[in-house]
Design a protein around this ligand. Structure first.
Ligand SMILES: [Fe+2]
Length: 461
């Protein structure tokens, strides 16, 4: 029996294995590229280290690709055959992995919560819970669970800043922007290598419409994050959103070409960030050229994945936006089968939210704007179970608004834009679009007022 860097017991005789696991956790928390090789080194030191087998499965799951599932099953089989038995914490990790593989994200989260109730300094359980609570859109759970362990953490514990960064993000998704910013800035100052903490502050700035501040906050040279894993593309995505809101479309496209695309490889294509940025640019009237093509080609290979509804939604968007409607419909057929035969959160969300959302996106991209409005309007405030952040899911509201404007659902468009300028009063395009819809409705004085707002923002007032 050994202890990890935070004093938690690990069933192994190898101090080397535990040291590698500590390195893996630190690297994983900071979005480095070495977590897998550290876990591999731990397994070389002790192939029967249960926690190392669990971590191997977890890191493979984070690739979100069904092609690696046989390797994950191998880790589960290895766990079942470990001769010396697992301690209670390790058993719970194995149960979490098993549930996660099945798409039963709720029970995976409950296993991590059970770990945290007994071992609140199991930061791997905390981070995995944080990630999957995020991908099930349960902001209140994010906040509750991180807040629940904070009392057992001190500033001198390894990983404390990462916990602060998680708390900052949870607060932000719950709308507690001032507190979120305070925790996020403190975490970033304590550990400038923690991309999640930096990203948490970026979310606050996005949600408060502080776009110029956001550009400044993320003003890093590209090489600064060169050694980070593919999550860096998401942070660059936020940078592009700040540029887009300030109507610097050239910079947003440059970020797409140089940074978002930079994480693509044979095995991984960053579809969510790239598709979400391209669609926002198109809605803003920007010609994105042939950029959909590679995303759609990759998405064609993923139509039967069904690992995360959030990811599936973006595969569908890329397919439909590139005109590959037949393939998008094939994906929906596959989603129906998965929803019927599967169980757990992923299957339920696929049925209730994801399939209608995909139908709406196909209608929108096919020019059937009224149909897109009819599907999206009733579910526009019910999308959180597909996961992602408020900022990410806002894409679907933007699609609805665009569909309402193009489809001449003017009352719907007016109300959506009224809501939008109330939430994001600093974005010129929102006011300009609002003015246009009010003009079409014959509400001339309100249109003039909205236009004045747009002009004032353009003039830098
Ligand atoms: Fe984000």
């Amino acid at each position: 029996m050994q202890q990890d860097i935070r004093g938690l017991e690990v069933t192994t005789a190898s101090a080397t294995a535990v040291s590698h696991l500590d390195n893996a956790v630190a690297d994983y928390l900071d979005y480095g590229q070495n977590a897998s090789s550290e876990v591999k080194a731990a397994l070389e030191a002790d192939p029967d280290c249960a926690l190392a087998q669990c971590y191997r499965g977890y890191l493979l799951m984070m690739l979100e690709n069904r092609a690696v599932f046989p390797k994950i099953q191998q880790a589960l089989d290895n766990l079942a055959n470990i001769p010396d038995g697992l301690n209670r914490r390790e058993k719970l990790h194995a149960e979490a992995l098993q549930a996660w593989v099945k798409g039963d994200l709720m029970n995976a989260c409950l296993s991590w919560e059970a770990i945290l109730n007994e071992w609140p300094r199991d930061v791997m359980a905390l981070k995995l819970h944080h990630t999957m609570a995020f991908y099930t859109g349960r902001s209140h759970v994010l906040r509750s669970v991180v807040a629940g362990v904070l009392g057992e953490w001190d500033a001198d514990m390894p990983g404390y800043s990462n916990v602060q960064g998680m708390y900052a993000y949870a607060l932000e998704e719950c709308g507690e922007y001032a507190e979120a910013e305070r925790w996020g800035r403190e975490a970033s100052a304590r550990n400038p290598g923690d991309l999640w903490a930096i990203h948490s502050v970026a979310h606050v700035l996005e949600m408060q419409g502080r776009y110029a501040e956001g550009s400044k906050w993320l003003d890093y040279p590209a090489e600064h994050w060169a050694k980070k894993n593919f999550f860096k593309a998401h942070v660059w995505w936020h940078n592009a959103l700040f540029s887009l809101a300030q109507e610097d479309f050239g910079k947003a496209l440059n970020i797409f070409d140089s940074e978002l695309s930079s994480v693509n490889s044979d095995k991984y294509v960053d579809v969510s960030n790239q598709a979400a940025l391209l669609k926002r640019l198109e809605i803003a009237g920007v010609d994105v050229g042939e950029r959909w093509d590679a995303l759609a080609a990759h998405s064609e290979t993923r139509i039967h994945d069904h690992i995360l509804p959030f990811r599936d939604a973006h595969f569908c968007l890329a397919l439909a936006a590139d005109g590959r409607v037949d393939m998008a419909r094939k994906q929906i057929d596959s989603l129906f089968v998965f929803a019927r035969e599967g169980d757990g959160w992923t299957a339920e969300t696929t049925k209730s939210i994801l399939i209608p959302l995909c139908e709406a996106m196909i209608a929108y991209e096919s020019g059937e704007y009224g149909k897109a409005c009819d599907i999206l309007w009733p579910i526009r405030n019910e999308l959180s179970p597909i996961g992602g952040s408020l900022a990410q899911r806002d894409l679907f509201t933007q699609i609805l608004i665009d569909a309402a404007v193009r489809g001449k659902r003017l009352g719907m468009a007016r109300n959506l834009l009224s809501e939008r300028v109330a939430r994001f009063p600093g974005a010129r395009r929102n006011w300009a679009e609002y003015a246009g819809v009010l003009t079409d409705l014959g509400e001339d004085s309100r249109a003039a007022s909205a236009r004045k707002h747009a002009e004032a923002i353009a003039a830098g007032a």
